[in-house]
Write a protein that binds this ligand. Structure first.
Ligand SMILES: Nc1ncnc2c1ncn2[C@@H]1O[C@H](COP(=O)(O)OP(=O)(O)O)[C@@H](O)[C@H]1O
Ligand SMILES: [Mg+2]
Length: 248
């Protein structure tokens, strides 16, 4: 049986630094996976390879039976894969609604996208998405005037508009204070579950990883350290994952 996402022996090297070493993994449709591991483990590299924003040096990724490297149609790829990042990737000077509608950019032609700067298209969709993330009243607010948590909600609304089958999230709550962080993470998980999406998120917090995700994949120094159901991950697994080399 073919898996939804099949990662075969992918490797990535930056200059002389090995970021990922011959990593193989498969993911079933609808799985919620947390990527954990110390800083520099290769989590961002793996997410960027999956988002096709970075080409692997070795190996290949297949999504739904199709090679990711051959998925060159931007529009089709955006329907398959979306990514949300710690820095939100929003344009601060623009009103919230434009950032939300940017989720449609690959669907629209460039003309419609430019036009939308003056006459927002699909405004109803944007209102609906903003309502779902609790920001209905911020439609025309300048994005940079919003708090960090609100900006991440805008990024979630943009993801709702894009509605990809696979949602990748790179430390989506790392820049938020703990109370906001859990709120936003819970919202991301809710959105992905209501949309029957496959979710792969890198997280600092092992506690949240275990609470909100089915499966924990731990990376360390570019290698797979463990790959376990969330319920089987013990404190000992976590301690050895984050243990410094000096203490080994
Ligand atoms: N653009 C880059 N140039 C050089 N080295 C990089 C670059 N991006 C990441 N690395 C290195 O690759 C390794 C993995 O990084 P990364 O994927 O960002 O890990 P993580 O997200 O788990 O912190 C680290 O050693 C990092 O320093
Ligand atoms: Mg990272």
């Amino acid at each position: 049986m073919s898996e939804f996402i099949d990662i075969k022996k992918i490797g990535k090297v930056y200059e002389r630094k090995i970021a990922l070493s011959s990593l193989s993994l498969s993911v079933k449709k609808g799985e919620f996976i947390a990527l954990i591991g110390p800083s520099g483990a290769g989590k961002t590299t793996l997410l960027n390879l999956l988002a096709a924003t970075l080409p692997p040096d070795q190996g290949e990724i297949t999504i739904d039976g199709q090679l990711l490297a051959e998925m060159t149609d931007q529009k089709k790829r955006a329907k398959k894969i979306g990514i949300i990042r710690q820095q939100f990737d929003l344009i601060g000077e623009l009103p919230v609604i434009h950032n939300v509608l940017a989720g449609k950019l690959s669907e629209w032609g460039i003309m419609k996208s430019l036009l939308s700067m003056f006459f927002p298209q699909d405004k109803q969709d944007a209102i609906l998405a903003l309502t779902r993330v609790g920001l209905r009243d911020k439609l025309y607010e300048r994005t940079s005037a919003l708090s960090g948590g609100e900006q991440q909600r805008v990024a979630l609304a943009r993801l709702l508009i894009q509605n990809p089958e696979i949602v990748l999230a790179d430390e989506p709550v790392a820049s938020l204070d703990p109370a906001r962080a859990e709120d936003i993470l819970a919202l991301l998980v809710k959105i992905a579950s209501e949309g029957n999406q496959t979710l792969i998120a890198s997280l600092h917090s092992v506690e949240y990883a275990k609470k909100y995700f089915d499966r924990l994949i731990a990376l360390k120094d570019g290698y797979l350290f463990f790959d376990l159901p969330a319920s089987s991950v013990t404190d000992a697994h976590i301690a050895s994952l984050y243990k410094l080399k000096e203490q080994a």
